[in-house]
Design a protein around this ligand. Sequence first.
Ligand SMILES: [Fe+2]
Length: 186
Amino acid sequence: MQLKYGLPTSLLGWAETHRAELAPPVCNASIFPDGNYIINMVGGPNTRTDFHDNPTEEIFLQLKGSAYLIIWDRGKFERIEIREGDVFLLPAHIIHSPQRPEPGLCFLVEMVRPLGSLDALQWYCAKCATLVWRAETQLTSLVDDLPKVYDIFYAKPEAERRCPSCGAIHPGRDHSTWHAQMNAAR
Ligand SMILES: [Fe+2]
């Protein structure tokens, strides 16, 4: 018998073997890189300022630690808790920013993107929730493709990170400043 992806294996054992990749700055490793699904383990801690618009669904199985999603919905930020032991199916195109303030493990399943179904990364003004910048990409690897888009936004000068509505400067990758601005505005 030949099994392309091998025999059943210990999930927590796999996580232990890949502990270095699951820690900052990467926090994300592919368990089965070549299958019909994108199956990753996400570690932490990792807090961030980008929002993801996924054209397909995402399944979260939070194995260890707790996390939350900030959701942008019709001009407002909302929060969804994902506690240890929770399973959650996020519908396509719900604009979300995963926040993992503590070390943890999340088994994350996504679909391989059909050709022409584009992902987008977006950055919002923390003060008024207006879109500051959006970039679309044909995603083939969660681990490799998204950081390239992050780097483009975080290299932009202040003038290009200015909110078109209220004029506030988006702090880029400085998540503590962004989160403090959002919490102060709520
Ligand atoms: Fe703003």
